[in-house]
Design a binder for this molecule. Sequence first.
Ligand SMILES: C[S@@+](CC[C@H](N)C(=O)[O-])C[C@H]1O[C@@H](n2cnc3c(N)ncnc32)[C@H](O)[C@@H]1O
Length: 280
Amino acid sequence: MIDNPARDREFTFTKAHFDKVRGELYDYAGIVLADSKMDMAYNRLVRRIRDLRISSFDEYFQHLEREPLEFTQFVNALTTNLTAFYRERHHFDFVEKEIIRDLKARNIHKLRAWSAGCSLGEEPYSLAMTIRDAGVDLASWDVKILATDIDSKVLASAQSGVYAMDRVKALETGLIHRWFLKGKGRNEGMVKVRPELQEMIKFGHLNLMSDWPIDGPLDFIFCRNVMIYFDQPTQLKLLNKMADLLKPDGYLFVGHSEALARHASRFELVGKTIYRKVGG
Ligand SMILES: C[S@@+](CC[C@H](N)C(=O)[O-])C[C@H]1O[C@@H](n2cnc3c(N)ncnc32)[C@H](O)[C@@H]1O
């Protein structure tokens, strides 16, 4: 027998409901939900409907219109936040071996980076650890990592720097000792990143579809596994804005399945999913 999730649903969720959801999400966040994501949208939003003790998607949309704060919950529910410490290790090796080494060689002790779509924080904290482990001494260097996301819930979690031990278990023991504090008592099984790493990062809410109040120029931008949710015109617009923010020879790191080649005229590919700005 063919599965029919629609038949088993607790609340009626029609194609018109789905179109309303994806229309709102696209207009605000630029995120495109393909037809295949209908079940995902239902499953994510139905939790809100249950929590709010309302009885239908029509009622939920009315609530969404009346309560601006609900819109934050709506967006938080629909973003995909998958991430990990040192995800795509070769990117962090490049930061250490190319970018920091080059700054040192040129006697430049200033570094500006942006983790755009930082999710739960593993990405900016991995950058902070990479920078410190590369021998960057904060007494003589001026380092700032900006970490932003549209999802206020993951951002709050990122800012706290607290993770389940499970999230760090694949890291080398030495690295865990250097950069994490182990929870005791009721915090058993949790770790917290050391304050000296947290001080290197400024977390903030930023929708990539809105203005970017960011001071450039930046040495590099990590925007990984974010643009994959956007359509091509949106990607092109963002790539241009990122190029404007980067130093003349600044770098952009994207996710493993994101090929910018077709519309990245302001960037050249210099490594696996690593781009360098061209043309000043
Ligand atoms: C799959 S996670 C990637 C996390 C991290 N960059 C990585 O590669 O491990 C994608 C993140 O992009 C964020 N995002 C999606 N649309 C966004 C937008 N319009 N503005 C800012 N962040 C957005 C999501 O909230 C989510 O946390």
